[in-house]
Design a binder for this molecule. Structure first.
Ligand SMILES: [Zn+2]
Length: 387
């Protein structure tokens, strides 16, 4: 069976799939109407933020995909007081990386204060003599144009093969000079490696309905059925060797570094690699699954690692998206996450078939996870005080 091209057809991430399929987790949102204009920053308080604070607090979504220059994403970001990091990615179901690049330049020109972007590169020609020079030149050019990071995707590890027909892992020696070059440019490398752990589990052991439903309908992408493919552990080990080999590289593990299934495992990763941070994109239901069972443990994790976590969603603006529908979805998704992380209010999460109480994280922690960590990591201007 030719798994490779079909693997490429797989969604950029399972959480992204839920968004792309227009089925965010049915958030129940209240009291978080978009702000018409910048409001004063709320005064410091021991009480957690409320739903009404949502639009007042400067926020940063560190993992989105604006796959078109239509202003709809920026318009909603302004309404909900977000800055965006739009991550270009060599994903076949997205417009090509050149088109993503053009869209990013346009949106950054339209609103340089709200819109930031990450470059990427193609693995086409990897291992040939000019691939390295071409790739590093491309990254030089894109960082000079304003790219704030570089992204690698799970095609490294699960799709791309070397001349011998072996899957190329992130710790392949041929990628090391690119990592060194990215480090010399001073920008982080964002790495999406592997898939949610559920992808390697039998259906009855999966934690969320969206994964269970997706993998039961897409057996080709369901790693539990493909023991010839690398295990989750293999992919994590290759990633870990790479991070260990580049201790000065700013490393961002996309999607909670694919360790979304257990905050203890993610904590151990962060403890082992001080140069690593993670984004939370498209994995909130996995965190909520854990917090239903032990809210204090999950809350303590966020507080302990408050400097290492960056809020993100994987919200994806398709080139032909309907602006009204897209903006409503983005607002609902952002509002639901705010309710969960910032407030103590419960909400129904359909993919868990459960009511999930909010974590009510301290304001200082929210300010870091939702803004300051991203500004620091991506070397951007802190604009929260300018409101
Ligand atoms: Zn993504």
């Amino acid at each position: 069976m030719n798994l490779v091209p079909r693997m490429l057809a797989m969604c950029a991430s399972m959480g992204f799939l839920a968004l792309a399929a227009c089925s965010p987790p049915a958030p129940q949102v209240g009291g978080a109407a978009p702000a018409a204009a910048a409001a004063p920053k709320p005064v410091a308080s021991d009480a957690p933020y409320s739903l009404a604070d949502f639009a007042k607090v400067r926020k940063f979504d560190a993992h989105v995909h604006a796959n078109g220059a239509d202003p709809m994403f920026l318009q909603q970001a302004r309404a909900d007081n977000f800055e965006l990091l739009s991550i270009n990615v060599d994903y076949p179901d997205f417009p090509g990386i050149e088109l993503q690049h053009v869209a990013a330049l346009q949106l950054a020109k339209d609103d340089p204060q709200r819109f930031h972007w990450a470059a990427t590169f193609s693995m086409k020609g990897f291992g040939t003599p000019d691939w390295l020079a071409r790739t590093n030149k491309r990254l030089d050019d894109e960082v000079a144009e304003g790219a704030s990071a570089v992204k690698v995707w799970k095609n490294i590890g699960m799709v791309e093969k070397d001349a011998k027909g072996q899957l190329i892992k992130l710790d392949d020696p041929g990628l090391s000079p690119v990592a060194d070059h990215i480090q010399s440019l001073g920008v982080p490398l964002i790495a999406h490696q592997a898939e949610p752990y559920n992808c390697w589990l039998p259906l009855d052991k999966m934690t969320t309905d969206n994964d269970r439903e997706y993998f039961s309908k897409h057996p080709d992408y369901y790693m539990y059925l493909h023991p010839e493919m690398p295990s989750h552990e293999d992919l994590m080990a290759a990633r870990d060797r790479f991070v260990a080999a580049h201790p000065q590289l700013k490393f961002v593990g996309a999607h909670m570094a694919s360790l979304e299934y257990d905050v203890d495992v993610l904590a151990a990763f962060l403890d082992r690699y001080p140069n690593a941070t993670v984004d939370l994109a498209a994995r909130m239901s996995q965190v909520q699954y854990q917090s239903i069972r032990n809210r204090e443990k999950v809350r303590d994790f966020f507080i302990r690692y408050q400097d290492r976590l960056m809020y993100g969603t994987d919200l994806t603006q398709a080139p032909d998206a309907d602006p009204v529908v897209f903006k409503a979805e983005a607002h609902a998704y952002w509002s639901s996450d705010w309710r969960y992380l910032a407030t103590g209010q419960s909400q129904r999460i359909e993919m868990l078939k459960a009511d999930v109480p909010g974590l009510a994280l301290p304001r200082e922690v929210i300010d870091k996870i939702y803004y300051r960590n991203a500004v620091r990591e991506f070397g951007l201007k802190d604009q929260s005080a300018a409101l």
